[in-house]
Write a protein that binds this ligand. Structure first.
Ligand code: GDP
Ligand code: IMO
Ligand code: MG
Length: 418
């Protein structure tokens, strides 16, 4: 069986958690293949709202196996909190969650390094979630990292050596800190030991051979990709579809459908360029109506119009086969809706995502009539207002990929398959 991949086409928070939860009954296995607790994936059902950070969004369906694979960076402290919260809800996750031995661990000192590095950058800071993501991936590629598999080996010695290296590095920063969370870290490691550590590349290979259906859940979004995102205002992993291959140890030919998920508008949290950002009352309106506050940090998200230049770039990089549009209901009350179809850069029109994403970019907009209808109760395509149908047709024509799902609210039930 091929592996399907679901990933964000914008700057994260496209609604991946919700849609993975909706799609989970169609799969036997859900994997998280990159990123770490910088992610905040929200699921809503039966009046409950739950945010996952390290754990795949298939966790609420007990017949589904969830795998944290090698590409992820895992924080034992955050992990423990997540496990406790799920167990409080009566979810026994030790049965349906396994962790790759090759996933890297986030140490308390990684988080301190993240904070020190951001503080040193001052105004040009990345706007990191400060979860230690950058420093952990730096240790991974620098070949100094501590992995889940080390927990069963010479753990304390390796932990102390890496911690000492970090404390030494921290001396280059003018940054005061106290290392308070080591006890919690070890508690988190004890919680992790209740789970099966696996070589997930072999497990995934076996699952595929026995016909199990696998969905890989991306974190962050394409425009935060370390290679292709708005560098340096990006995260430290490959968030694109290719990241699913290295993040799980599967060949490119093993990938089946690529679900590209995007909001009907656009948001970004943290610093960095955002060509269609609205710094006026319309941006505030999108933030209010869409409750656009970070699931991980609570920071207000920057809001703007849908950007097809960026979306086309993301579709190209990922080989998207199906589109999923979320938060459509947030536009319910707008008279007209703008969509950027090109950029004007130094008086030249382009629809190619430029290398330098600076303020010289002027988006070129098409304006479509709004539907002025409450979509939140709609469950079938035939109930779509004409203006929404026209909006979708416009996107499909421009993007040349079908929109297969339209989400009209945060709840599991609020989605229409086309
Ligand atoms: P993720 O990181 O991609 O999983 O997305 P987040 O969970 O960080 O942010 C998406 C937010 O939008 C969450 O609060 C979701 O509950 C919510 N959400 C998802 N889909 C919809 C939708 O179609 N409409 C509305 N109004 N909210 C949605
Ligand atoms: P999900 O999976 C939105 C952003 C941060 C910052 C940059 C680098 O919920 O969509 P990092 O902590 O990785 O060093 O931050 O990336 N960022 C996200 N923005 N959603 C996310 O994840 C994000 N993960 C990181 O705000 O700008
Ligand atoms: Mg999120």
């Amino acid at each position: 069986m091929k592996i399907d991949v679901l990933l964000g086409l914008q700057w994260g928070d496209e609604g991946k958690g919700k849609v993975v939860d909706v799609l989970t009954p169609r799969y036997d296995v859900i994997t998280r293949f990159q990123g770490g607790p910088n992610a905040g994936h929200t699921l809503e059902f039966n009046g409950l709202k739950h945010i996952l950070h390290n754990i795949p969004s298939g966790i609420f369906r007990e017949e589904t196996l969830n795998i944290i694979t090698n590409g992820v960076v895992l924080d034992p402290i955050v992990f423990q909190r997540e496990v406790e919260a799920l167990e409080k809800m009566g979810v026994d996750i030790t049965k349906n969650l396994v962790i790759s031995k090759k996933a890297h661990l986030i140490l308390p000192t990684h988080r301190i390094l993240d904070a020190a590095s951001e503080a040193a950058k001052g105004k040009s800071k990345i706007g990191s979630t400060l979860k230690g993501i950058g420093p952990t991936y730096m240790d991974k590629t620098g070949r100094n990292g501590l992995r889940v598999g080390d927990i069963e080996l010479d753990f304390e010695k390796k932990y102390n050596a890496l911690k000492e290296k970090h404390l030494h590095l921290l001396k280059i920063y003018d940054f005061s800190f106290t290392l308070e969370e080591e006890e919690k870290f070890y508690e988190g490691i004890r919680t992790m030991k209740r789970f099966r550590f696996v070589e997930s590349e072999f497990l995934i290979h076996e699952l595929r051979e026995t016909g199990q259906r696998i969905l890989a859940e991306g974190a962050q979004g394409t425009l935060l990709d370390i290679d292709f995102g708005s560098y340096p205002f990006v995260t430290s992993s490959n968030t694109i579809c290719a990241g699913a291959c290295t993040g799980m140890g599967v060949a490119p030919s093993a990938i089946g459908e690529v679900f590209g998920i995007f909001k009907a508008y656009c948001t970004r949290v943290g610093s960095g360029p955002f060509p269609t950002e609205l710094l006026d009352e319309q941006g505030d309106r999108l933030r209010d109506l869409g409750s656009e506050f970070g699931s991980t940090t609570g920071r207000p998200r920057r809001c703007g119009w849908l950007d097809l230049v960026a979306l086309k770039y993301s579709i190209m990089l990922n080989g998207v086969t199906q589109l999923i549009m979320t938060k459509t209901d947030v536009l319910d009350s707008f008279e007209t809706i703008k969509i950027a179809t090109a950029y004007k850069v130094n008086d030249e029109i382009t629809d190619q995502f430029p290398y330098a994403l600076d303020e010289k970019i002027e988006p070129v907009y098409t304006e479509l009539p709004g539907w002025k209808t409450d979509l939140t109760g709609i469950r079938e395509k035939v109930q779509f207002p004409d203006e929404l149908q026209a909006y979708i047709r416009f996107l499909e024509k421009e993007l040349k990929i079908p929109v297969k799902f339209v989400s009209v609210g945060p709840d599991r039930e609020q989605i229409i398959e086309i």
